[in-house]
Design a protein around this ligand. Structure first.
Ligand code: GAL
Length: 677
């Protein structure tokens, strides 16, 4: 697989020069060079400008742009331009417009107005992509391909007739026969049996709950249908430019697409990320960890973030000075090799003219956005040797996209249950302690981890419980939470007592769920475990748990199940498996992690004060220790004997280090430096 250009941290953004006269392009080049820009994503929304009819292309302006980029030493992340079909195409093929669940057909006039299963759309994409690839295959500016743009961000599913036919084909492939489909969807329920394939439809608007198996398969199909669109383009690009890496931009915590599966089809992963910058400042690190993990730790790129503010929330507060820099370094600290933005020059027309950018509407020399961009771009120029190094992680959180779909489908004991909350409980605790964390999936190698967290794994597909069991048996520690191991991959109950696939690993069974009507906290008392408090608040969920060999670590204090286990631990092989039968306040996860980190010998790369994060990237005989002050106040770090070069300032450091508010330091040492361990 082709890799990213090495020896550079990529820096740049979406560039839409077709919205500007060419005289402005010249100024753009000067400013880009001044700001250290080395990569721009071009052509993302240019289809209408590149093609005016079948076979009629207008590449001259793109030729001039590519030449200009090459002359200025700036790489092109060339988009395939298929994200917003031109009006001439949809007028010829109105059937390619998407149909909503209630039958409404969407119109032209914004973007992403296509049905992924539309034959006309797919054929038109293939024609355009082939023409683009042939035109620019040898162009010196071409560094990589950016397929489409944020697939599914506005239209995650289509429910029309062409989709119905494609869904049936997909189902034939998955199930083999109608008989098997009926069995898998449990159609004996509510008289849903299908006698002919033509009767099978996408889950359109229904009087009450649609069939859960049908809904789950439709989510799988929708992700696959878009992936097929992406692959139609990728195959053409790989045929014509086999040495150019291919990507498409992913979004954070985006439910419609199974990005783990998608990432296997791309050369590198990239992320578009727009956290709310005010209030309790959200940290984007769990998205960074996820993006890296989709491709098993390979370097990745922030493809879009914003310098200041977006325009699509009801209110759009701006990032205060310094926060964009901190988050950019935090991405690099978590394995990113590229920092890019939406967008280079702020639009003067259209729906995004109030969206922040690298260059604003006024004079660049007096714009905070441009000054912060320029400062960061010039700093990153000196950090090329970090590119290609690997983030260090010893803990992992198990994640399964299909579980996300199945868990939140409705008609559950508590329909406020969200998968991401379960993930956050653990990720917050791990991040607060600076314990490097990967996400792992059903096909990941778990052998390098000491600790594995498994939140709400409602759907335990074949082999998953065995995989987690083998991890524990070999000496790992796993923490599994409530409502796990309930159904199989078809969303059918695992019979044999909840949580059937995990009972022997956990040494318990769950007799029933006791879901509270409200969100009022209830107490859980810790019965044994130095390091935990005497009691914690819990809420949201409770279970009636019977030990079958597990030790009780904490019990419910209230309800008819008072005195029964709420938290258990069970020795299994050389390791142990914990079970949490309720949803705790964050303090519990923080304290539990301290206990588990002590027991498993997991320590952060350096002891740091609260609010400072430390991460490690290694490779090619070098170690880079990132220190990130996540507070808007200065912090002092005791380096505990560590010495090395702080590479942002070039200073030799020893003893201690001052981090400015939202400040960053990167210490380079030789691999194996004792003080880092
Ligand atoms: C992204 C999209 C960009 C731009 C940006 C604004 O979702 O890919 O094209 O619209 O949002 O925040």
């Amino acid at each position: 697989m082709p890799d990213l250009p090495s020896s550079h941290i990529l820096f740049g953004g979406d560039y839409n020069p077709e919205q500007w006269p060419e005289t402005v392009w010249k100024e753009d080049m000067l400013l880009m060079r001044e700001a250290g820009v080395n990569l721009v994503s071009i052509g993302i929304f240019s289809w209408a400008k590149l093609q005016s009819a079948p076979g009629v292309f207008h590449f001259e302006w793109m030729d001039r742009l590519m030449d200009l980029l090459a002359e200025n030493g700036i790489w092109a992340d060339l988009a395939t331009a298929t994200a917003s079909p031109p009006a001439w195409l949809t007028c010829r093929h109105p059937e390619m417009l998407p149909t909503l669940q209630n039958g409404t057909r969407l119109s032209i006039g914004s973007r992403q107005h296509y049905n992924p299963s539309s034959r006309a759309y797919r054929e038109a994409c293939a024609e355009l992509v082939r023409a683009l690839a042939l035109r620019y295959k040898d162009h010196p500016a071409l560094a990589m391909w950016h397929i489409n743009n944020e697939y599914a961000c506005h239209v995650p599913a289509d429910y029309g007739d062409e989709t119905a036919a494609a869904f049936r084909e997909w189902l034939r492939d998955r199930h083999g026969s109608l008989e098997k489909l009926n069995e898998s969807w449990g159609t004996a329920f509510w008289s849903q049996h299908y006698h002919e394939w033509e009767e099978v439809l996408p889950p359109r608007a229904t009087p009450t709950f649609a069939n859960p198996g049908q809904c789950l398969d439709f989510q799988r199909f929708c992700s696959d249908a878009l992936l097929e669109c992406c692959l139609i383009e990728a195959r053409i690009l790989r045929e014509i430019t086999p040495s150019k890496p291919i990507t498409t931009n992913f979004m954070e915590w985006f439910k419609p697409l199974d990005y783990r599966k998608w990432a296997q089809c791309l050369d590198f992963t990239c992320l578009d990320i727009y956290p709310q910058p005010t209030g309790p400042v959200q940290t984007p690190v769990k998205s960074f960890d996820m993006t890296r993990s989709w491709s098993d730790g390979k370097p990745w790129v922030i493809m879009e973030q914003v310098t200041t503010h977006v325009n699509w929330r009801q209110r759009n507060p701006t990032k205060p000075p310094g926060l964009m820099r901190l988050w950019s370094y935090q991405a690099i600290a978590h394995g990113a090799d590229g920092i890019c933005y939406f967008q280079w020059r702020q639009a003067r027309a259209g729906a995004e003219k109030f969206h922040g950018s690298m260059v604003g509407h006024g004079e660049p020399s007096s714009q905070r956005c441009y000054q912060e961009t320029k400062a960061l771009g010039n700093e990153l120029k000196g950090l090329g040797r970090i590119a290609g190094t690997t983030f260090h992680a010893e803990a992992a959180i198990f994640f399964d996209q299909e579980n996300w779909w199945a868990l939140e489908q409705g008609s559950k004991p508590n329909n406020d249950l969200t998968y991401v909350r379960g993930v956050e409980n653990f990720h917050n605790a791990l991040h607060a302690l600076s314990i490097g964390t990967d996400f792992v999936f059903e096909d990941s190698d778990l052998s390098k981890y000491k600790l594995l967290f498994v939140p709400c794994l409602y759907m335990a597909k074949p082999g998953v419980a065995e995989k987690i069991g083998a991890f524990v048996e070999a000496g790992g520690t796993a923490v599994i939470t409530y409502f796990s191991g309930i159904v199989d991959g078809n969303d059918h109950i695992h019979l044999g007592g909840y949580p059937a696939p995990f009972r022997s690993l956990l040494g318990l069974s769950v007799e029933e769920w006791a879901v509270p009507q409200d969100d009022l906290p209830f107490k859980v008392s810790v019965t044994r475990q130095p390091g935990l408090a005497a009691s914690y608040n819990a809420s949201f969920w409770a279970e009636v748990i019977r030990s079958e060999g597990a030790e009780t670590m904490a019990t419910f204090s209230e309800g008819y199940y008072a005195g029964l286990p709420a938290v258990t631990r069970h020795a299994f092989g050389k390791g142990c498996a914990w079970y949490l039968g309720t949803e705790f306040e964050q303090a519990f996860y923080d304290d539990l992690l301290k206990v588990l980190a002590r027991d498993t010998g997991l320590t952060p790369p350096l002891a740091v004060p609260a609010g400072v994060e430390v991460t490690r990237r290694t490779g090619a005989g070098k170690e880079f220790l990132f220190l990130l002050n996540q507070r808007n106040e200065a912090q002092s770090i005791d380096l505990n004997g560590l010495s090395g070069t702080e590479i942002l300032t070039g200073r030799q450091i020893a003893c201690s280090l001052e981090l400015a508010p939202w400040g960053v330091a990167i210490i380079e040492t030789a691999v194996g430096s004792e003080s880092i361990e």
